[in-house]
Design a binder for this molecule. Structure first.
Ligand code: 13P
Ligand code: SF4
Length: 308
């Protein structure tokens, strides 16, 4: 005899999460690319750096980080006294995994005297081997703050190429990329424009240079949220991961946001689900732990960026 399988009701799961979070003294942080129901239950939704900085200042002993591993690690580095939970321990970032700490050490040996800039989309171990961190919102400021005429930049070659347009320094880029943004092609932008002729195009700087050339604005996910609040545009084609549309539509319900491509989805970002958040709060696992000797050095690279 088969037993009927019942799908848990999202409203019931969300209430259970709220109850557990209160009992555990936990705060839920969710990235802009998370599933709609996860964004709805979160206490804060934001870009990768906003969330990590939030982790350091929020009250609560426990952070449930609804995002991917490098973000949860950054939160653990900035809030070492807190317990950081990542509801799916397999939620990684393939771009962050394109460079290891050993790769960075070898690369720096090949280019002595050049400072190393690492995108926030790197492991804490890689950050520990770099001089300064950057996000998609501040690469030009970070690179231009350095005294040397040549800098190493890892892991995103597209973000490096975008930054190169805003500096006279020579950027030596690691050959990494985000498969989600790399999959957005110029023909996708042209097709979306043909379908929505009144819309402007906003693109994330992880997109290919040929795609950025077709965009009206190039913005980080946090930049898109801010721009949506002030832009006179009432229709926008969004060239980034589709979860971004959830956040934008919620913030600006009177405006229309269209995906440049409906298949621009990050499978890792979608690994966090309501049942996994319940399980994480019940069991207080999986926990993200960064060894103190790595955390202390990674924190220096992040703090140097924040100081700018
Ligand atoms: P943001 O830092 O703009 O939130 O982006 C993170 C990310 O993973 C982009 O793919
Ligand atoms: Fe990594 Fe790309 Fe996913 Fe962002 S969207 S977490 S860069 S794979």
């Amino acid at each position: 005899m088969s037993v009927p399988i019942t799908t848990p009701d999202p409203a019931v799961l969300s209430r259970r999460i709220k109850d557990l979070a209160r009992d555990r003294g936990a705060v839920l942080l969710a990235h802009n690319y998370q599933r709609a129901e996860v964004q709805d239950v979160a206490d804060f939704v934001g870009d990768s750096l906003e969330l990590s900085r939030k982790a350091a200042v929020v009250e609560g002993r426990v952070i449930v980080f609804c995002g991917v591993l490098f973000m949860a690690e950054t939160a653990a580095v900035l809030a070492p006294e807190k317990t950081v939970l990542l509801p799916d321990e397999g939620a990684g970032c393939p771009m962050a995994d394109m460079i290891t700490a050993e790769d960075m050490i070898d690369w720096r040996r090949q280019y002595p005297g050049r400072p190393a800039v690492c995108y926030v989309n790197t492991s804490a171990a890689v950050k520990a081997e770099c001089d300064i961190c950057c996000t998609s919102a501040n690469t030009d400021r970070v690179v231009n703050s350095l005294a040397e005429p040549e800098v190493l930049f890892a892991p995103d070659k597209n973000l490096a190429a975008w930054t190169q347009r805003h500096t006279t320094k020579r950027i030596i880029a690691w050959d990494g990329y985000c498969h989600v943004h790399q999959g957005i092609l110029p023909r996708d932008v042209r097709a979306a424009r043909a379908k929505h002729p009144s819309a402007v195009v906003w693109a994330h700087p992880e997109c290919r240079p040929e795609v950025l050339d077709l965009a009206d604005r190039v913005l980080s996910t946090g930049g898109m949220v801010r721009e949506a609040g002030i832009s006179p545009a009432s229709e926008v084609i969004v060239a980034t991961e589709c979860g971004m549309l959830v956040r934008l539509a919620k913030d600006q319900p009177e405006k229309r946001f269209y995906p440049v491509k409906e298949t621009a989805l990050c499978p890792n970002m979608k690994k966090v689900t309501l049942p996994k958040i319940v399980a994480a709060l019940e069991t207080m696992t999986p926990r993200v732990i960064v060894p103190p000797e790595i955390a202390d050095r990674a924190r220096r690279a992040i703090a140097r960026m924040i100081a700018l």
